[in-house]
Write a protein that binds this ligand. Structure first.
Ligand code: MG
Length: 171
């Protein structure tokens, strides 16, 4: 059996995949800011961008991004087998595996990330509205959930750090 050698380029590939699908780190960070600015009064966009980068450092997140975007791309090109092709291409509402993949990101950041994810998933705030526009011919069945999950995870990360800093000040 061939030995598996993890590629050092996984991180780079994940960043590239997002960029190629028209998703910038800034747009994800805007969702994070939207989610967390109510709770952290002095929150800056810079801190949100930094938090998104931290989330994207995790290999699990990179793998989820690459897997989901690859499936979107294959569906967009009509290269999947039936019935998965139709299911992903039409973003069939009961499919649910796109959300399950997003959970693999949220699992790393705890319950605040779950509630945040549910909240922006319902609202379709910011870039999520764009990604859900079905008139473009693009397939973003996985991408919208990945973006929502990364933003929610970055937001949860900021919430925990904010609390830790506040507690440190009280000591
Ligand atoms: Mg989806």
């Amino acid at each position: 059996m061939q030995k598996f050698v993890p590629s050092a380029n996984v991180e780079e590939a994940a960043y590239q995949a997002l960029q190629q699908r028209g998703v910038t780190i800034e747009e994800i960070a805007k969702l994070t800011y939207f989610l967390q600015s109510k709770y952290i009064p002095d929150l800056t966009m810079e801190a949100c961008i930094d938090s998104v980068h931290h989330v994207l450092q995790k290999r699990e997140v990179q793998n989820a991004v690459l897997t989901g975007i690859e499936l979107d791309l294959l569906a967009e090109k009509g290269l999947l087998s039936s019935p998965l092709q139709e299911t992903i291409q039409t973003d069939e509402s009961l499919y649910g595996v796109d959300e399950v993949l997003a959970l693999s990101i949220l699992n790393l950041y705890g319950s605040i990330s779950f509630t945040n994810y549910g909240y922006i998933d319902k609202l379709k705030h910011g870039i999520l509205e764009q990604l859900n526009d079905k008139s473009t011919g693009r397939v973003n069945t996985f991408l919208d959930d990945l973006v929502g999950a990364i933003a929610a995870a970055a937001s949860s990360r900021l919430a925990h750090r904010h609390r830790a800093e506040a507690e440190q000040k009280m000591e």
